[in-house]
Structures are given as C-alpha cells and as structure tokens.
Design a protein around this ligand. Structure first.
Ligand code: FEO
Length: 394
C-alpha cells in the first residue's frame, strides 16, 4: 500500500474494516482514522486514531522514526476517533509537545488525564517551523466541533483538513487516483450529510478560505486522500453547503398493513409522470444514514406514517428525529398516512416537518384503514404537484 504523500510525509493511521456504526451512522464500507507523520529537522505527528487502535499507529510511526524523536503531536480535533490515542502517544513520545488551540486544550483536559503533557497552544494563522517545512494552523470552528482546526504545509501545498472532505470508507488505497471516484464521492456525500450537514455555514466560510489557498493535496482524517480530484470534491462541497436542490422527489414512508405504502406508491407514480428523479424509501428497510444522504439534495419530500397508538410509527420517529438534528434546509413537502380508530400519525409527521422548517405544500393526506380510489387519486395528484415544485426549484 502506498502511504507516502510527499517526501518524508506519510500516512500512519488505521483502516477500520469492521466498523458499521459511527454514533448512529451506518458505515457500510468501514472507515479509516488517518494520522500523518511529517519528518523534517523536527518531526510532527498529525492526529492519532481511536484508542483501541493506537498500538498500530505507534507501530506505523516506529517503522519510520524513533517515537522518542517526535517533537510535536498536533491535535486538530478533540473527538475521540482522532484524539483517543493521545494518552498512549503522549506517554511514549516523552519529549513531544501537544499542539492545539485553546478550545481543544480545554476539551482534551475534560477527556483525558493530561497533567503530564507539554502543551503548545496555537491560534489561527500561527506557524511552527519544522526545518524545510512549516505547519500553519487555521481555526475551523464547528467543522466539526468548536475546537477544530486545519493544519497546512505551504511548502507542499498540503492541507490536513480534519473531518472536512472525509469519507467513512475503508480501502487498501490511500489516494483518490488509485480508487474508484464514484464510490469515493458517494461516501463523501453520505459523510457530509450525516456528519456536517448541520454546519453548512461554518463549512462555507472554510471553503471560502480554502479557495484562496494553494492546495495540491487534501488529507482528511477519514478515508481517501485527495490529489487528482480536488476540484471535484471542492465543487461538490460548494453544492452541499448551500444544499443545492436537485430536481428530485423523495417519498419516505413506514407502513403497518400496507395502506400507507399504497399511498406512498401513488404519490411516487404521480411524481414519476415528470421526467425527474424520484425515489421511494421505506424506513423499515433503508437506514436513516441513506435517508440523510438522499435528502441532502432533494427539492421536495412526502413523508408518511400510519397511526400507531395515536402517533407515528417508531422507525419513522427515529428517522425524523435524526433528520431534524442534521437540519436539512430549503425543503418543501407534505405528510400523509393511514389511521384506524384514531388519527395522529400524519399529524405528528407534519409536526416534525414543520420543526424542520419544511415548507408545507398542502394539508396532510389521511385515510381510514384502507385507501379508496379517491384517496389514491388524491395521492397521485399530490405526487404530480411535488414533481412540478421540484422542476421549478434550483
Ligand atoms: Fe472524525 Fe468529528 O470526528
């Protein structure tokens, strides 16, 4: 495996082939925790890995240099998937200074026993010379936590971008030109939607700064390193931060005795009358990770649940709670669903949509027990209307 980014700058992280859950995100293709070693007159380790994989990190570093010779350990982000290895690393790299910003120091002090650590606190724009190369620090609050920062090596035009531009993708390849771009972009989009969609504003500010920098390599903390397709991922991020609307209709539903499913399929059929992208998602079969990625660029959405115990079904409640936290923006749509002796499902779905600031296009479509031909016709027409709204959005 090729792990060399440039002369004496190497990937020393961990490939986590088996991880399938990342705080609720289903990581079907695993992940990596990327750490990097920069060897110059002085040596710097950029980030670590999850605590349970730190021995592999230290073994990777040991193959390149004596651990006692590490001068700096940079922590760009305090989340434990990157900082978990710090206690072990700092206990072995005795002479190393921990480089981070003040907010990160505060977070690390709350996570770990740091009393024996030596610190070098940096702020936006500060630099450390390693000899021929320089580490320059750029504070990136909320990308992905308040204390996050990027590290840039201007002499190599190399940006260590932390969570930004990352993907949960375990691969035997480290670079974008060695792997399949469609898969990398699919995972980058899924990652954006599920990890940082809520932070579009801060990411837009970072993109603005990055667009003025000379960058030839983007080395994120998860997944593949960018060196051939930097324009592709930057352009995609520009679309994602603004949640650029595709002409796409999503029909998301849960069902108990197939009545709400029939309504969902009638809405989809109406939407498909137009030549646009339309997708049917059953929350019992499709994980909310997939739904988040699909909703990122969908212009319009219809969401349906039958009534169970006077409210919506539990899988739909979980999916909508998750989506509400991620804050998809600029969506339009409506709710639908069947009920038995008591209403509640469609009403509570509409409540979630309203909380998510979805523009409600029409009253909820409801039917008792089994949809009649009239109800299915109403669903079909509502689907046609959704498609027209999608066609009109940009
Ligand atoms: Fe990969 Fe926000 O940690």
């Amino acid at each position: 495996m090729n792990t060399e980014l440039c002369d004496n700058i190497d990937w020393v992280g961990y490939i986590d082939w088996g991880v399938r859950d990342f705080h609720g995100y289903r990581t079907e293709r695993g992940s990596t925790y990327n750490a990097y070693l920069v060897r110059d007159d002085k040596t710097a380790l950029i980030d670590t890995v999850k605590a349970q994989f730190v021995e592999r990190l230290m073994s990777n570093v040991s193959e390149l240099t004596d651990l006692s010779k590490v001068d700096y350990v940079v922590c760009n982000h305090a989340e434990p998937d990157h900082s978990g290895g710090l206690p072990s690393v700092m206990s072995v790299c005795r002479s190393a200074e921990l480089v981070c910003d003040a907010k990160c120091q505060k977070a690390l002090n709350m996570h770990y026993d740091t009393k024996d650590w030596k610190w070098k606190i940096v702020k936006d724009g500060d630099s450390i010379s390693l000899g021929k190369r320089t580490l320059t620090f750029m504070e990136t609050p909320m990308v992905h936590w308040p204390e996050s920062m990027f590290t840039y090596i201007p002499e190599e035009k190399l940006l260590f971008s932390m969570d930004a531009f990352g993907q949960h993708y375990a691969s035997s390849h480290r670079f974008d030109d060695e792997d399949t771009l469609d898969i990398i972009m699919h995972e980058a989009k899924t990652y954006y939607a599920n990890i940082v969609m809520l932070f579009g504003g801060p990411i837009a500010r970072v993109l603005d700064k990055a667009s003025k920098m000379d960058i030839e390599i983007i080395a994120p903390s998860h997944g593949i390193i960018w060196r051939e397709n930097i324009d592709v991922i930057m352009s995609a991020y520009q679309d994602w931060v603004t949640q650029k609307q595709a002409r796409k209709v999503l029909v998301i539903y849960d069902t108990m005795w197939k009545s709400t499913e029939k309504m969902a399929k009638a809405i989809l059929a109406g939407a498909m009358e137009q030549n646009i992208e339309a997708r049917l998602i059953d929350v019992s079969n499709d994980h909310m990770t997939v739904i988040a990625a699909e909703i990122l660029d969908a212009a319009v959405v219809a969401v349906g649940s039958p009534t169970l115990n006077k409210t919506l079904m539990p899988a739909m409640a979980a999916a909508l709670t998750y989506l509400k936290g991620l804050g998809p923006a600029r969506k339009k749509g409506f709710a639908f669903g069947s009920y038995g002796w008591s209403k509640g499902g469609a009403r509570d779905v509409e409540g979630y949509l309203t909380d998510m600031k979805v523009e409600i296009l029409r009253e909820a479509i409801e039917c008792q027990f089994v949809p009649t031909e009239e109800v299915l016709e109403e669903c079909y027409e509502a689907g046609r209307m959704l498609a027209e709204k999608a066609m009109a959005s940009e």
